[in-house]
Ligand binder design. Structure first.
Ligand SMILES: [Zn+2]
Length: 82
């Protein structure tokens, strides 16, 4: 007897789920806009979806869009070696 792996609910196709950086709601990746951090420390839309490194996802909620404009990732102080 084969030990079949579970694929979850059959009526919900598997799509990557990502979390909005602002409201922390979970949405299908395709509905979110990925942002990446520039060397200048600002967030920019990763329009090509090819930028390496960590991405921040933003949902389509206008409130999140507004708040995201002021959102600054990495509020923790980074360790600096003198
Ligand atoms: Zn959101």
């Amino acid at each position: 007897m084969e030990n079949e792996t579970s694929h979850g609910a059959p009526d919900r196709p598997h799509v990557p789920i990502r979390m909005c950086a602002i409201c922390r709601g979970r949405f299908p990746k395709g509905t979110l806009v990925r942002h990446v951090l520039t060397p200048q420390g600002t967030l920019t839309v990763d329009s090509d979806k090819t930028s390496p490194g960590r991405g921040w996802y933003l949902c389509s909620d206008p409130l999140c869009v507004r708040r995201f404009a002021k959102y600054r990732p990495g509020t923790r102080k980074g360790r600096r070696h003198a």
